[in-house]
Design a protein around this ligand. Structure first.
Ligand SMILES: NC(=O)C1=CN([C@@H]2O[C@H](COP(=O)(O)OP(=O)(O)OC[C@H]3O[C@@H](n4cnc5c(N)ncnc54)[C@H](OP(=O)(O)O)[C@@H]3O)[C@@H](O)[C@H]2O)C=CC1
Ligand SMILES: O=C(O)CCC(=O)C(=O)O
Length: 446
């Protein structure tokens, strides 16, 4: 790592020692973009890295809410407005009991460069709460969302900061949040949130976009590596929004998805019935353990799908951060896996990524391969501003074009910096980071 990058990382490790996910995300980026700083020693005097790694603003607030039994609870809410050089802060909201400020900072930091890769005018942000929507009634989720929005509404707006969903925040939560925003601020600002229902300003294909986009990107990777998707076997970990639509697009392209998972266990089924998975997760909101009986075939096991040594060619981690460590990565490689593409944010730790590189496994980082969700959110913002609603095909075509363009940007960085053709990590980081640096420099001492 370049000495300037090392110094800034060292300073952050001292200042933010209690934020391991944030430090992990910064380390991954700085290790990759050393080349930029080798080419531009003048950036050190301009404190480019210090400006890039310090969030513009962090908002933390209390979220009091009442459960159905009349008991009051208090959760912690966050919005990290990390970098607005390229446009309004843009990024999801995560409701999960493990949420901390460090997690929000890692997600917001990643979001800056992912959003830059989309080439759309959006800066990077992220927010959420340690509230757990699991096991709560709709009324409890609604009261929580309303209380959360009372504070959040003071800091967002269609040209300022535009949140969307992430883990634990789907169409139901976005609906409640949007309803409360309208009550507080009036009815005119449709573009204040994305991922809305299509009946009230949402975009067709936003629900599918992250998962579909992942597979569009993977098809480009496979084309460049002269791999045929037909008949390849895959694990898609997770069974939430990203995983379900990644599995759907993979199946449509002849990839055989043989396993999916959730936070408790995983299913293995050579004849995967995705409709049953959708029913379990989107309607019943329950565990995948119900799958074998409902589908009439397949097996359910407790634990991580990455401990099962399943024989697959491809792995699409679409659940959560740090699902795959070095041991699990080695297990995937030993079982014949040739390509790993991230649908989730940072599902592989840095040691797992290093192993893929050493062993010549094609690997794509989430900031490149899962950018389709936020890109389609930006398309939703455009439709809201124009008071138009594009057809599913129009949005899907634009999404595919954006994923192809992100792949091209990676290929261009590989060519320009003479990188290993499989090094999508360095390529995506260089392409994303350079855009933000150029914007910062153009704006003076921003
Ligand atoms: N939604 C989007 O548009 C985008 C999401 N992402 C990222 O994709 C990932 C998934 O998000 P999304 O699909 O929206 O979230 P969802 O909440 O819809 O789904 C999350 C899935 O991950 C599973 N899961 C949660 N924790 C664990 C764990 N510790 N081990 C294994 N599985 C786990 C959940 O299981 P269970 O059902 O049991 O809770 C669920 O199946 C996240 O990293 C998110 O940041 C990235 C880009 C855009
Ligand atoms: O659609 C969005 O604005 C955010 C999506 C998201 O949270 C992500 O890309 O990680």
């Amino acid at each position: 790592m370049n000495s300037y990058c090392e110094r800034v990382l060292h300073q952050l490790k001292q200042k933010d020692a209690s934020q391991p996910e944030f430090l992990q995300a910064v380390e991954e980026v700085l290790a990759s973009v050393s080349l930029i700083f080798d080419h531009h020693p003048e950036y050190e005097k301009m404190a480019i890295l210090e400006r890039l790694t310090e969030p513009e603003r962090i908002i933390q607030f209390k979220v009091p809410w009442m459960d159905d039994q009349g008991q009051m609870h208090v959760n912690r809410g966050y919005r990290v407005q990390y970098n607005s050089v390229l446009g309004p802060y843009k990024g999801g909201l995560r409701f999960h009991p493990a949420v901390t400020l460090g997690m929000m900072k890692f997600l917001a930091f990643e979001q800056i460069f992912k959003n830059a890769l989309t080439t759309l005018p959006i800066g990077g942000g992220k927010g959420g709460s340690d509230f757990d929507p699991k096991g709560k009634s709709d009324a409890e989720v609604m009261r929580f969302c309303q209380s959360f929005m009372i504070e959040l509404s003071k800091h967002i707006g269609p040209d300022v900061d535009v949140p969307a969903g992430d883990m634990g925040v789907g169409a139901r939560e976005i609906g409640y949040l949007y309803g409360q925003y309208r009550r507080l601020k009036g009815v005119s600002e449709r573009g204040v949130l994305t991922g809305k229902g299509v009946g009230y300003g949402g975009s067709l294909a936003r629900k599918e976009a992250t998962g579909y986009g992942l597979i569009y990107f993977v098809l480009e990777m496979m084309k460049a590596a002269q791999m045929d998707p037909q008949g390849k076997k895959a694990i898609v970990s997770g069974s939430g929004n990203v995983a379900i639509y990644a599995a759907e697009k993979a199946l449509q392209n002849g990839i055989q998805v043989i396993a999916m998972s959730d936070s408790k266990g995983y299913i293995v089924d050579e004849q995967l019935d995705l409709d049953t998975v959708k029913k379990i997760k989107e309607q019943l909101r329950t565990s995948l353990s119900a799958y074998p009986e409902m589908a009439g075939h397949g097996e359910y096991h407790e634990g991580s799908v990455y401990d099962a040594s399943l024989k697959v060619d491809l792995a699409f981690p679409c659940a959560t951060q740090n699902e795959i460590n070095k041991e699990r990565a080695q297990r995937l490689i030993d079982a014949g896996c040739q390509l790993v593409a991230e649908g989730a944010n940072m599902p592989n730790d840095n040691e797992a990524i290093a192993l893929y590189r050493q062993q010549g496994i094609l690997f794509s980082p989430g900031k490149a391969s899962n950018a389709g969700g936020v890109a389609t959110s930006a398309l939703e913002m455009s439709q809201n501003s124009m008071r138009l609603a594009w057809s599913f095909e129009e949005v899907d075509d634009k999404l595919r074009g954006i994923m192809i363009s992100i792949h091209k940007q990676c290929q261009e960085a590989i060519r320009q910096y003479q990188l290993d053709p499989k090094d999508y990590v360095t390529a995506a980081n260089i392409a994303g980071v350079q855009k933000v640096i150029d914007g910062m420099i153009a704006m003076g001492d921003y």
